[in-house]
Design a binder for this molecule. Structure first.
Ligand SMILES: C[S@@+](CC[C@H](N)C(=O)[O-])C[C@H]1O[C@@H](n2cnc3c(N)ncnc32)[C@H](O)[C@@H]1O
Length: 212
């Protein structure tokens, strides 16, 4: 077991996200202690906030949609970009994807994704490379809750827009989610916590990037 595996296991509990009860993830039991711990104890090492320790509303909605409409991912080579806990990638694997690459630039997320894949008995490929802007040989790209920062949103859209394969995005109305060029496919009320969001229920959509 690596130090990162040990950190993930020591700071999380096994729970099922409310909208996706069939998937069990290692998630923070309480938001504030882990966030503070990461900031205070690990800031010197340049460790980012532990996004991987939460099942974000956008990811929950996207995972729910894929599990309910498995034909979207079945038989496909799928990329889950910004995978965090691995929730969306695990849903795609459960839906019968031929392969799923879970990508996240946070090394702790990579440990969490591997642990969560094992717990849910699915096989994922996992990478810490920043794939945004690079070649994209996938049949389907999944984006769970990544429009929370302007530079990241801009890079993502500049990369995704010219690609030809379907792109599905789960988003609860983040500031930098595109206002045009998307088609809503489903809507969910996702239970979350006020420590993480400013509401307890997030109206969250699943959108396809519009293609001409
Ligand atoms: C808000 S979390 C969403 C996690 C997950 N998709 C979900 O919905 O629960 C955003 C994740 O994107 C990751 N991320 C940020 N920039 C990235 C990049 N350029 N490539 C891959 N992952 C990135 C972060 O490390 C974080 O784990």
């Amino acid at each position: 077991m690596t130090d990162k595996d040990a950190f993930v296991l020591a700071n999380t509990v096994a729970v099922a996200p409310p909208l996706v009860p069939e998937i069990t993830l290692r998630l923070a039991a309480e938001v504030v202690p882990l966030w503070q711990k990461t900031e205070e104890e690990l800031a010197e090492l340049g460790v980012p906030p532990p996004y991987w320790a939460f099942a974000w509303a956008g990811g929950q909605a996207l995972a729910r949609y894929i599990l309910d409409c498995p034909e979207i991912a079945a038989g496909k080579q799928v990329l889950d970009i910004g995978s965090g806990s691995g929730l969306v990638a695990i849903a795609a694997a459960r839906a019968g994807a031929t392969s799923v690459l879970a990508a996240d630039i946070d090394a702790f997320a990579l440990a969490a994704i591997a642990i969560n894949a094992r717990t849910n008995d699915v096989r994922l490929d996992i990478t810490g490379a920043d794939l945004i802007g690079g070649p994209a040989g996938f049949d389907l790209i999944l984006v769970g809750d990544l429009f929370y920062e302007r530079p990241l949103a801009a890079r993502l859209l500049a990369w995704l827009t010219p690609l030809s394969m379907p792109v599905l995005m789960g988003d609860p109305g983040r500031s930098y989610f595109p206002k045009a060029g998307v088609e809503k496919r489903a809507g969910y009320k996702v239970q979350t916590t006020r420590d993480l969001e400013d509401r307890e229920i997030c109206d969250t959509g699943v959108y396809a990037l519009a293609r001409d």
